[in-house]
Write a new protein. Structure first.
Length: 255
């Protein structure tokens, strides 16, 4: 089996069936090149349901604070609604999709980030299930719901979850976003970022909020796996194909 590619989905693409079909058309092409795993969040969908039910929610440093009372809603939206929709749409694109969450087969284990409530800090654990699925030409689609050592369900940032899956499978990683990649203070695409450059961007406030989490997740994955990590826009099919082939596109994260 050739080296897998982990693709993290989030942002606007998850809010539109039309956009998802566009992206999955690209994924269908990428699946002919190498094994794939999709990891997804769904923060906007979670926020919408929480608001409808009268809950307030906040983010700190680009990551959601998740009280224990919110977990049934968060898990229902991510592991239920969003995941099943992605599996259904992927199967329309001749992709043999299987819906999972992070703890399936004990793939990813989680510690609790008590500062954010019922939030998990993901760690690679057991690759057996994912390797079995990939060896048999399945497309795992994983929601960012984890489980604590004592069996509590946890909300996990999807960028960090995807980085942990990439580490688990010694895989390349693409973190998809609504913009072409990580942008500088002038709004121009940064082609390559190393650890020193990343520190400068963070200190200057150029990279913040959700993109800050993406950058930190990418650096974490790059350090652990020494493989190709990229942040790229989901709209650019040619860029995603280039990345799948190991060519330059978006923002590449290097150590």
């Amino acid at each position: 089996m050739s080296s897998p590619l982990i693709i993290k989905l989030g942002g606007r693409v998850l809010q539109s069936t039309e956009h998802l079909h566009q992206l999955l058309t690209t994924v269908e092409q990428l699946a002919r090149l190498r094994p794939l795993v999709l990891v997804h969040g769904g923060g906007d969908q979670v926020q919408e349901v929480l608001t409808q039910l009268g809950y307030t929610s906040e983010k700190v440093g680009g990551q959601r604070i998740t009280p224990a009372a919110h977990i049934p809603i968060v898990a229902g939206v991510l592991a239920g609604d969003v995941n099943s929709q992605l599996v259904a749409l992927a199967q329309q694109h001749q992709l043999n999709a299987v819906g999972l969450f992070l703890a399936a087969g004990q793939s990813i284990s989680c510690d609790i980030d008590h500062s954010r409530g019922s939030v998990g800090i993901p760690r690679p654990n057991d690759a057996t299930l994912l390797e079995l699925l990939l060896d048999n030409n399945f497309l795992p689609i994983m929601s960012s719901i984890g489980i604590s050592p004592t069996g509590e369900r946890l909300n996990v940032n999807a960028d960090l979850a995807a980085a942990a899956v990439a580490q688990l499978l010694h895989a390349d990683l693409i973190l998809l976003t609504d913009v072409p990649g990580i942008l500088d203070q002038h709004g121009e695409l940064i082609d390559t970022i190393d650890a020193e450059h990343a520190d400068a961007l963070i200190a200057a406030g150029t990279v913040r909020d959700g993109m800050l989490v993406k950058l930190k997740a990418a650096l974490q994955a790059a350090q652990a796996s020494r493989r190709s990590i990229a942040v790229a826009g989901w709209q650019d099919a040619k860029a995603l194909t280039r990345l799948a082939k190991g060519e330059a596109a978006g923002t590449r994260i290097r150590l």
